[in-house]
Ligand binder design. Structure first.
Ligand SMILES: Nc1ncnc2c1ncn2[C@@H]1O[C@H](COP(=O)(O)OP(=O)(O)O)[C@@H](O)[C@H]1O
Ligand SMILES: [Mg+2]
Length: 490
């Protein structure tokens, strides 16, 4: 039963229809009299507006409006519109009994008598708050998406399956020098030169075929010239999982590419300079060693022979030449010391033993010299390579051993060094291990901002002869330096 107000100006004639209306809960359906007072009420009205039938009947429907709308005269204006046009439709905020607001969809229909006078109104109200919230959330989400797109330094776009642009960002337009109306709904072939459009479409096809994101580098001609882009293209799916569009993001990497290329070139040039320096150094050392050995050494030998001859010609002891003999003995010892000294120096230069007997022999010889000069025991294991390496490679490996051993003497506080030198026919491996304090080999080879040239030199020398250098060290664990290289091509 539809509840009726006291002066029931209007009443539904069909009782079963009235019962139906009364039971509807999704809609507030009620009657107003000709001045807008509630004349009937249903379950939906109670649910949505929060008034019971008792409370609502006879109330002015103005109470359902917000105070702002009431102040603006909306209740009366709505009735007037319904009266004049038969119907008033509106969506807006309405007020519940507890003062809270909801988003209402309202239809107000004028009920007229046979003579044409308004007897009252039928009001149907729906609570559309949820739909309104969803729309609001969607709008916010769209706005967030739009803000990201337009602020992004990347170029972004979405195309439909037919390759027509659905959406592009500001960066896209700026880069290609196009306007939005020129782009939307168009395909690549309509916008770009055939080769470029072909490349774009080809990559789209890959994404559609693969059904997964694809990343690649692509050259694109922009308004200001050709650029290299890192591009990511990906499928966009509908709720059913079907690919309906393709999205793309492109970042201009031309600059970083150029910087990387320049850096690599600079590094290569540096390497060449350093190799050249090493070559010059080696040739100077060769010359010095030659001078020392062939001239100073020869002269010392000649001097030694002459002094020995003089010595033999002196009268026997006590024959009046004792003073002279003492001086001669001194001179001979001096010559011997000088010869040792020269040998030592030559060890640092280019020892004849390396030239004449090979790398392994030179390492053993150098180890002996090293032991004499320090308190560190050196063991050398292995054998000569067969056949010998090129002079350049022999020298480089000899220098690596020298530098590594000098470091042991300088930094390691070690008691022994083990050198292992082997060639199994294809690869040569030399390792130099000490039992010293070790160091953090992973830390960059710098101390107080200064590069450590020794380590850099080791690496560069190894690299120059196509070898691989490995430094294995940790504080407290000693140090092992290994160089590995193919000793025979193939
Ligand atoms: N065998 C080693 N034992 C301990 N520390 C070492 C050893 N070799 C190198 N180092 C460390 O590595 C640093 C870099 O060596 P290097 O480049 O030859 O420079 P430098 O010998 O001029 O200090 C050394 O200063 C030292 O701290
Ligand atoms: Mg050093």
């Amino acid at each position: 039963m539809l509840m009726k107000a006291k002066p029931a100006l209007i009443s539904p004639s069909d009782e079963s229809f009235a019962a139906l209306v009364e039971s509807v809960t999704d809609y507030a359906i009620f009657l107003l009299d000709d001045v807008g007072r509630v004349a009937s009420w249903n379950a939906g009205a109670e649910r949505i507006k929060g008034y019971s039938a008792q409370e609502a009947l006879g109330l002015s429907y103005e109470l359902f409006f917000t105070s702002e709308d009431r102040a603006a005269g909306l209740p009366a204006a709505a009735l007037r519109t319904a009266q004049e046009e038969g119907r008033y439709r509106n969506e807006g905020w309405r007020r519940r009994r507890d003062g809270s607001h909801y988003w209402a969809g309202v239809v107000l229909t004028a009920l007229k008598s046979a003579e044409g006078g308004v007897r009252g109104y039928l009001k149907v109200t729906r609570d559309l708050s949820e739909r309104h919230d969803a729309a609001e959330r969607l709008r916010e989400s769209e706005e967030r998406f739009r803000a990201f797109m337009s602020a992004s330094p990347s170029l972004m776009f979405i195309k439909d399956r037919a390759g027509r642009y659905l959406l592009v960002n500001d960066r896209f337009l700026a880069r290609f020098g196009l306007r939005l109306d020129q782009v939307l709904g168009r395909e690549d072939v309509e916008l770009f030169a055939p080769d470029q459009a072909g490349r774009f479409v080809e990559n789209d096809t890959r994404v559609f075929a693969l059904g997964a994101p694809v990343e690649f580098e692509e050259v694109a001609r922009y308004a200001d010239g050709e650029r290299v882009n890192a591009v990511s293209k990906f499928p966009i799916r509908d709720a059913g999982g079907n690919i309906v569009a393709i999205g793309g993001i492109a970042n201009d990497i031309s600059e970083s590419r150029r910087t990387a290329r320049e850096l690599a070139e600079t590094a290569e040039q540096l390497r060449e300079v350093s190799n050249r320096l090493v070559e010059i150094q080696e040739s100077e050392r060769r010359e010095l060693a030659y001078e020392l050995h062939d001239r100073v050494g020869q002269n010392l030998t000649a001097l030694n022979i002459s002094l020995n001859i003089l010595m033999r010609q002196l009268p026997a002891a006590g024959g009046g030449a004792d003073d002279l003999r003492v001086r001669l003995v001194d001179a001979l010892r001096l010559i011997e010391d000088t010869a040792l000294c020269i040998e030592d120096v030559m060890g640092g230069l280019r020892p004849p033993v390396l030239v004449n007997f090979g790398l392994f022999a030179a390492l053993r010889w150098y180890a002996q010299q090293f032991e004499k000069r320090s308190t560190i025991a050196v063991a050398v294991g292995g054998a000569e390579t067969e056949p010998r390496l090129s002079a350049e490679r022999e020298t480089a490996i000899y220098r690596i051993a020298q530098e590594a051993m000098t470091n042991v003497a300088k930094h390691a506080r070690a008691t022994r060094i083990d050198i292992d030198f082997r060639c199994d026919g294809a690869t040569l491996v030399m390792s130099i291990a000490d039992d010293g304090v070790g160091f953090d080999a992973a830390a960059p080879g710098r101390r107080s901002g200064q590069p450590r040239w020794g380590m850099i030199n080791l690496r560069e020398r190894a690299r120059a002869i196509g070898g691989r250098l490995d430094i294995d060290s940790a504080p407290g664990r000693g140090t092992k330096i290994t160089i590995e290289l193919r000793c025979r091509p193939g």
